[in-house]
Design a protein around this ligand. Structure first.
Ligand code: PLP
Length: 392
């Protein structure tokens, strides 16, 4: 075997996703891209906030702008800007030494997990969950252990408590959530904090909470509460991919709670893993985001699309939890076999992702990071797919 056994397995799994995208591209070539309704990708299509291009232009116009390596954790003044903003957002005093600038939230997750996990230790994750977590766990040499959630996709405290063992090192959560759109409440985070604290005492080793928050600013009528308030042994990982629609520019950060047990050591380790995995975060975009802390894309655009899609799908008879954040909808598949149902949607020129890919079988995921015409144009097809099932 020319590649590692585990990689053989992972390449096979990713080739299914690749096939799905190739099939989507084939359909678009055959029917015209305006006739195919592609809800498969979580790639933000809303413009970055007004004024962001000006910030970039001014940076580039400066002849003194360098293109060299930056300090591995990021430029000190950029980390300071992020620390200042997060200090006010989370109402804690966060020193800049507890911030590492990263290559997106993906880079921050790799840094956090590689820093914390010993080989074979477990990362608990509420299910369904973002598929990338399998990859980050693999890179960290750790095992991802899904924990069921309630039917509303909110946390199930009893299930989490039962799932914790002497091998659990990290609880990894994601709110607002991909793929369900759920936003955890302050109460459920506080309860989670208590569970993790009790379990840490029970097993005689600290369990850390890693909170993946790239959709934090994309919420509808609610605010995502602070995990730092709920549990001091927390690490927030996030990015500007969705908040500023900069997914391709690969810029994010990791922030360690200043009172986390061995927090300074974790921040130092994360700076080192950042060096190992990617050297440093992109320098131009470090400089740019430092100037636009706290600014977000126009969330009302996503909200409008969410409402259009929810209204249309409800009228067609689909069942789902109305998302409070992110830009995904995770409806129940009208048949148990979600892969088969996604195939039936494809016959209607609608591209979706089976829930099984997220550890959530019996559902399918729709990303509404799509133009409104795609939502309007798809609704008849959603209706037909369901009617086809009802008519046997
Ligand atoms: N975490 C979640 C839940 C995501 O949905 C994504 C990307 O879609 C990431 C992390 C990775 O984000 P980034 O592009 O900032 O690396």
């Amino acid at each position: 075997m020319p590649i590692a056994d585990k990689m053989t397995e992972m390449v096979a799994a990713s080739s299914m996703v690749k096939q799905m995208f190739e099939e989507g591209a084939r359909l678009k070539a055959e029917h015209g891209s305006g006739n195919v309704f592609d809800f498969s990708l979580g790639n933000p299509d809303v413009s970055p906030p007004a004024g962001f291009k000006e910030v970039l232009k001014q940076l580039v116009a400066n002849d003194a702008l360098g293109h060299g390596y930056t300090p591995n954790s990021g430029y000190p003044h950029v980390r300071q800007a992020v620390a200042d903003y997060l200090s006010s957002e989370h109402a804690i005093a966060l020193p800049r030494d507890f911030i590492v600038m990263t290559v997106g939230a993906a880079g921050a997750l790799n840094d956090a997990l590689k820093s914390l996990m010993n080989p074979g230790e477990e990362i608990l994750v509420p299910s369904p969950y973002f598929m990338g977590y399998e990859h980050y766990a693999f890179i960290a040499g750790a095992a991802l252990k899904p924990v069921p959630t309630r039917s509303s996709f909110h946390l199930d405290p009893a299930a989490i408590d039962t799932a914790i063992t002497d091998r659990t090192r990290v609880m990894l959560i994601n709110s607002p959530n991909n793929p369900t759109g759920v936003v955890y409440t302050a109460e459920e985070l506080a309860e989670l904090g208590e569970i993790l604290d009790r379990a840490s005492t029970r097993w005689g080793r600290r369990i850390y909470l890693v909170s993946d928050e790239p959709y934090r600013k994309i919420t509808y009528g609610v605010n995502a509460p602070s995990v730092f308030k709920a549990y001091p042994h927390s690490i927030v990982v996030s990015s500007y991919s969705k908040q500023l629609s900069l997914a391709g520019e690969r810029i994010g950060y990791l922030a360690v709670h200043p009172q986390a047990e061995d927090g300074g050591l974790i921040a130092d380790a994360a700076a080192l893993t950042n060096t190992m995995l990617c050297v440093n975060a992109p320098s131009l975009f470090q400089l740019a985001v430092a100037q636009v802390q706290g600014i977000s894309v126009d969330v009302s655009i996503y909200r409008h699309r969410r409402d259009m899609l929810c209204r249309g799908l409800a009228e067609a008879g689909y069942e789902f939890e109305k998302p409070e954040g992110a830009f995904y909808l995770f409806p129940k598949s009208p048949i148990a076999d979600d892969v088969k149902f996604v195939g039936m949607l494809k016959e209607q020129l609608i591209l979706a992702v089976p829930g099984s890919s997220f550890g959530g079988p019996g559902h399918f995921r729709l990303s509404y990071a799509v133009p409104e015409w795609a939502i309007t144009g798809s609704l008849a097809g959603f209706k037909r797919a369901r009617e086809k099932i009802q008519s046997g």
